[in-house]
Design a protein around this ligand. Sequence first.
Ligand code: PRP
Length: 208
Amino acid sequence: MTISIALTKGRLENETIKILERVGYGIDELKDKGRKLVFKDTKKDLKYFLVKAADSITYVEHGVADIGVVGKDTLLESDKGYFEVLDLNLGKCKFIVASLPEVNLFEKIGHVKIGTKYPKVAKEYFKKRGMDVEIIKIEGSVELAPILGLCDGIVDIMETGTTLKENGLIVLDDICNISARVIVNKASFKMKGKEIREFLSNIKKGIS
Ligand code: PRP
């Protein structure tokens, strides 16, 4: 039975491919792929495709992909219609709350506005802190929003911290650590259990 694997394009892509290579799943096409999106490993009966993180979850939830590799940041925004089975220990970064130094949004009296690409994570964080904030969804370059006065602070991912620093923002709190995870379609886990377990146990050997 062929196992279909949805890989996340972009930041996680190369690191994921390196793990696959380390454990003998490398296929040359994946390294020199041009604009191609689907790759077959006929010897191992595997099929890979490259998609955006959130779409990887959608493909897995609908059973079009048996397995997906997705960042925990994207998983935390989703509704968990899958099994999360493995931490790949790559793509490591963290969720943070940040603002301009002169704005301490935890002490601000009155309406607090938070800009973020991650409304669910932000909402849950401030709910836990007992703060009722307005969440403003932003699609990218979130650091710009407090500078232009759209919001008081942001909830975003930080990897090196360079983007925050270069835009004069400071971290007010860490929310949680993030890394790439492997997710599996619930039905596939039953129907193709043997093949999936074998794939996962091989992948585990490649995690550093
Ligand atoms: C992410 C995140 C920050 C930046 C953090 O954005 O939203 O902006 O990376 O990385 P750093 O701590 O290493 O500077 P991304 O580059 O994914 O894209 P975006 O700006 O379109 O949101």
